[in-house]
Design a protein around this ligand. Structure first.
Ligand code: FES
Length: 169
């Protein structure tokens, strides 16, 4: 029988890590452990600078916007690192945001978010950054895939609802 010797230090460290994990709120655990779908959003040849592409991710109830900014962005993909995507639900009270002139704008109370800086809020009532969709660019085909979400989508306790599905998988 194979046995591994565990030192007291390793055991205590492991116990502390396990205790921290067990005390993590359910919504935070869900963000860490949720398996996100990999979904093709667009091909780079179809994108034009400043023209947003609407899609749903990680499920049909979660509207999002992909945009080629024309300048390098935090978390951007593609040859210029300028393609980003975000939830299009405002983090203040859930109104839709639209892309306009290099920013996301919420018409309800005029919060604004910077798509070049991970969705940072820079004006208005929203205190939380707008969740950024994690993208992957495949150079061989030019396809752009969504693979996750950083941040909690407004109104949710987890980004992936147990009963939700997305049709374009
Ligand atoms: Fe967007 Fe209030 S809902 S600023």
């Amino acid at each position: 029988m194979f046995m591994t010797k565990i030192s007291r230090r390793t055991f205590i460290g492991g116990s502390a890590a396990m205790a921290a994990l067990l005390s993590t709120p359910e919504w935070a655990m869900a963000l860490i452990t949720q398996p996100y779908p990999r979904v093709k959003i667009a091909n780079i040849k179809d994108l034009k600078v400043g023209e947003p592409v609407s899609f749903n991710y990680p499920d049909e109830q979660s509207p999002a916007i992909l945009i080629k900014l024309g300048e390098k962005a935090d978390g951007g993909v593609g040859p210029e690192g300028d393609i980003v995507a975000y939830s299009s639900i405002c983090t203040h009270m859930g109104c839709p945001v639209v892309y306009s002139n290099k920013r996301f704008v919420c018409a309800c109370h005029y919060s604004m978010f910077d798509p070049a800086k991970n969705g940072e809020t820079f004006q208005g009532h929203a205190s939380e950054w707008i969740p950024q969709v994690i993208l992957r660019f495949e150079p061989r085909t030019g396809n752009i895939y969504a693979e996750g979400v950083e941040g909690l989508i407004w109104g949710r306790i987890r980004n992936i609802l147990k009963s939700s599905k997305i049709s374009n998988l």
